[in-house]
Design a protein around this ligand. Structure first.
Ligand code: SF4
Length: 285
């Protein structure tokens, strides 16, 4: 158990998956997913809407966020599957520094395996300040490959954070983790994804002040602009309706919002892009 979450173990057949869809379009060749099911359990999470296409089992999408199953042999498999040309995204299906990782401790061995056989690019996508636990291993890996940490910043409003992602750290704690990573010489990006109800310009300003690379962003996924694939989970849609935030799920409003953010970033001389184009800066050599 971890903070009340059951942690199960499995022996995976493979740990690196060739990419398809969004992440492939961004330029990544492989994804690395160390666990099935994410104990952050965000109300809007896209992953359970993928069902079997996300490699999930029915108990995962029915009880999303209530437990996790870690791939106990991840590091051993990596030793056999890593290749120098790979551009790896970790992970489109789970946060590698989800709460259960505090006990599961899979990432230190994974980082060590990456260090031994470094790929061309390795990106950690997270919102978990727990990542600073592995600062030394990350620093070592940054010397061996193009390591990037993409930190999810979803809103500048603490009331919104508590509503939509109550198990995630407050913004300030994420910024402190980003500062620690940057001080260690690691490339840190801000991923404003998904964009939850917020002051869009204030959130962009925070991203500008706490990073020095292009800003990655993505509005909440909706069927109006994305006919198939993963989309916003029903629980998040219901919450938005209950709390008067439905315009954040409307295409026209999302376009206005990202245009204002792009303008502000542009005025600061920084890139800003959404969708696969946004994430593509993370995959570059
Ligand atoms: S941290 Fe990411 S993968 Fe985990 S529940 Fe939240 S949105 Fe889903």
């Amino acid at each position: 158990m971890s903070a009340g979450f059951p942690i199960f173990q499995t022996q995976a057949r493979s740990i690196l998956s060739p990419t398809t869809g969004f992440i492939a379009a961004a330029g990544f060749t492989h994804s690395l997913t160390p666990a099935r099911n994410c104990t952050f359990g965000c109300t809007y999470c896209y992953v359970p809407t993928l069902r079997i296409y996300g490699g999930l089992k029915p108990e995962d999408w029915k009880r999303w966020g209530q437990f996790t199953t870690v791939k106990a042999n991840a590091a051993a498999l990596l030793g056999r599957q890593l290749q120098p040309a790979q551009r790896i995204y970790c992970s489109p299906l789970v946060d590698p520094y989800q709460p259960a990782e505090a006990d599961a401790k899979l990432m230190p061995a994974i980082l060590e395996a990456l260090c031994a056989n470094p790929p061309a690019v390795f990106v950690v996508q997270t919102r978990g300040p727990l990542i600073v636990r592995d600062l030394d291993a990350l620093r070592a890996l940054a010397r061996r490959t193009r390591l990037r940490v993409s930190f999810s910043l979803t809103t500048d409003r603490e009331d919104v954070r508590k509503l939509f992602e109550p198990r995630c750290a407050p913004l300030q704690e994420r910024l402190e983790a980003m500062a620690a990573l940057r001080e260690a010489g690691i490339e840190v990006y801000a991923a404003l994804a998904p964009i939850l109800p917020c002051d869009p310009e204030a959130l962009t300003q925070i991203a500008l002040e706490n990073t020095s690379f292009p800003i990655v962003a993505d509005p909440l996924h909706i069927r109006a602009t994305k006919a198939c694939g993963a989309t916003t989970r029903e629980q998040g849609v219901r919450l938005a309706a209950l709390r008067g935030f439905t315009r954040w799920l409307e295409a026209e409003f999302q376009t206005e919002c990202t245009a204002a953010m792009r303008r502000l970033a542009g005025n600061a001389g920084r890139g800003f892009a959404t969708g696969p184009e946004g994430f593509s800066c993370l995959a570059q050599l």
